[in-house]
Write a protein that binds this ligand. Structure first.
Ligand SMILES: [Zn+2]
Length: 271
């Protein structure tokens, strides 16, 4: 048992926060959508992130104004992604809606702050849909990431259909196995993976051996995340991030540092 794990374990047993053993966190999956605005002021949302140890975060929101509210108050800490949803109703229809293209282009042109487009949801049948194609072209021409909440079949189709586009795979496909994620990472240098909501990476707090081996093999391709997909989830930012800290401590330090924050800092250098 390493000293770091010993210290963390002792701290947990004593019921105190293991502050000295914590990594700074780059959180690759935060939303600040309309229902959140009345429950949490932008200042309160930023303070929740800071108290959880989140140094910087990728934020996208429905509508996008939520992201800009946080960004304008903390430009050094917020990495804005443009979500292609004006309202939640767009979630099911955006892939074939030309008005979504107009919305995305208008927002990209209005503020030169975005580092990616997404998070967006779609399926394998939507990969060639016109609005997905146009957004992939925008991502390529403007050097933006696409954050895609899609299954493994769909992410593979995206990598083939749009080879010049950097893809941030939300939730590692939500249920894809470590072996599948590893195969896709081996095959494509344009794929990065974030682990929001993937508590199965460390069931009962212990890092799963297959995930651990994959993190060691591809330490430069993973980021952690929380996903405040519904307002009540803001109350989980601290405990969820603390749970991530516990499994990060079970990795070699250089691997843990990359996944905790260095990959985010490298891919999205502060402006
Ligand atoms: Zn999400």
């Amino acid at each position: 048992m390493s000293l770091r794990i010993l210290v963390a374990t002792a701290a947990v047993l004593l019921g105190v926060s293991p502050a000295a053993a914590q990594f700074p966190i780059f959180d690759a999956h935060i939303h600040y959508s309309r229902p959140d605005w009345t429950a949490y002021t932008p200042e309160r949302a930023l303070s929740i992130l800071a108290q959880a140890g989140v140094r910087r975060a990728i934020v996208s929101s429905t509508p996008d104004d939520g992201t800009l509210m946080l960004y304008d108050r903390a430009p050094a800490g917020i990495v804005p992604f443009l979500r292609p949803y004006r309202t939640r109703d767009d979630m099911g229809s955006w892939t074939r809606d030309p008005a979504v293209v107009a919305y995305v282009e208008e927002r990209l042109n209005r503020r030169n702050v975005y580092r990616g487009i997404g998070e967006s949801h779609f399926g394998a049948d939507d990969v060639e849909a016109p609005t997905v194609r146009r957004i992939a072209e925008l991502a390529k021409s403007r050097n933006l990431f696409l954050q895609c909440h899609v299954d493994e079949t769909t992410v593979e189709k995206m990598l083939v259909a749009y080879p010049g586009v950097r893809i941030l795979w939300a939730h590692a496909g939500m249920s894809s196995a470590a072996a599948t994620v590893g195969r896709l990472l081996d095959r494509s240098p344009m794929l990065w993976v974030e682990l929001a909501l993937r508590t199965d990476v460390a069931p009962d707090g212990t890092l799963d051996p297959e995930w651990r081996a994959l993190f060691v093999r591809h330490p430069d391709r993973f980021m952690v995340g929380t996903d405040t997909w519904t307002t009540s989830r803001w109350e989980s930012v601290r405990p969820a991030t603390a749970a991530v800290q516990r499994w990060l401590l079970q990795l070699p330090r250089d691997v843990a540092e990359q996944i905790a924050w260095k990959n985010g800092e490298r891919l999205f250098p502060p402006p």
